[in-house]
Design a binder for this molecule. Structure first.
Ligand SMILES: [Zn+2]
Length: 112
């Protein structure tokens, strides 16, 4: 199941990373939308060979309908997009992410 992104956000994307987009995100998603805008603006969306990662307070593994953050899993219960999923959606549409030719999984060191 793909998470629906509000139409006004999709519409505003044609203006790029603009005030229109910021406003649409804020109106539709409140603080989460605002955060998503700045994640993209600050180039915190990273594409590795295996995963997309959004750098928030921690680094989160994100795809179109899943995020490893607590906000998405506990508060939103996987039903609505968190700031990271929104950021990924925007970053993909605007091609506004940094790309790394490495596997993110290689950086994940098990702590046992
Ligand atoms: Zn998240």
């Amino acid at each position: 199941m793909k998470l629906k992104i509000e139409d006004n956000v999709v519409q505003a994307l044609k203006h790029g990373l603009s005030y229109e987009l910021y406003k649409a995100l804020l109106l539709s998603y409140g603080k989460r939308g605002e955060k998503a805008f700045f994640y993209v603006k600050e180039r915190r969306v990273k594409k590795y060979r295996d995963f997309f990662v959004v750098v928030g307070r921690e680094e989160y593994l994100v795809d179109d309908f899943f995020c490893t953050c607590k906000d998405f899993q506990l508060r939103l219960k996987g039903r609505k997009p968190c700031a990271h999923i929104l950021a990924l959606f925007i970053a993909k549409k605007l091609k506004a992410y940094d790309e790394f030719d490495t596997y993110y999984i290689d950086f994940l060191i098990p702590n046992d």
